[in-house]
Design a protein around this ligand. Structure first.
Ligand code: FEO
Length: 169
């Protein structure tokens, strides 16, 4: 059993994760459109990760006997500037998600909702990885600057990313 307030907040997080999926899908489409297929692949894998994040919340609300309520998903941008600007926007978005997860943990703590606190730990850890991935790519993009060959190399690296669903603990 979880409170109505907690259920509403978790439903809100489903929407944020779905928006994240939508945002990264839009970034992937943009990258494909400008010929950066490796970047496009990286963002499409990210899209799949976000769908997993949303579905994990979906299952948790159902398991708790509460009702999943889906809200409208906002339209994401369609133009993203340079690859560096795109990853800076990605990091900024992930920092927003981290804050949102922290707010959920705060609420669960306030409500002495231990089950949700434990459930949310997975997201706390996941966000470290999410921000870490973005920081790593931003550092590389800053390093290459305007070098087209460097961009080509990073594009090839990002083409190798494969989606692996996290093991259920
Ligand atoms: Fe679901 Fe990228 O946070």
């Amino acid at each position: 059993m979880i409170s109505e307030k907690m259920t509403d907040a978790l439903n809100g997080q489903i929407n944020k994760e779905m928006y994240s999926a939508y945002l990264y899908m839009s970034m992937s489409a943009h990258c494909t459109n400008v010929g950066l297929d490796g970047f496009a692949n990286w963002f499409m894998v990210q899209y799949q990760e976000e769908m997993f994040h949303a579905m994990k919340l979906y299952d948790y609300i159902n398991d708790q006997g509460e009702k999943v309520v889906l809200e409208a998903i906002e339209q994401p941008p369609t133009d993203f500037g340079t690859t560096l600007e795109m990853f800076e926007a990605t990091l900024e978005h992930e920092q927003f998600i981290t804050k949102s997860i922290n707010d959920l943990v705060y609420l669960a703590t306030e409500e002495r909702d231990y089950a949700t606190q434990i459930f949310l730990q997975w997201y706390v850890t996941e966000q470290i990885e999410e921000e870490g991935n973005d920081n790593e790519i931003i550092a590389k993009l800053k390093l290459i600057g305007d070098d087209g060959n460097g961009l080509f190399t990073i594009d090839r690296e990002l083409a190798a990313r494969v989606y692996t669903p996290p093991a259920e603990e």
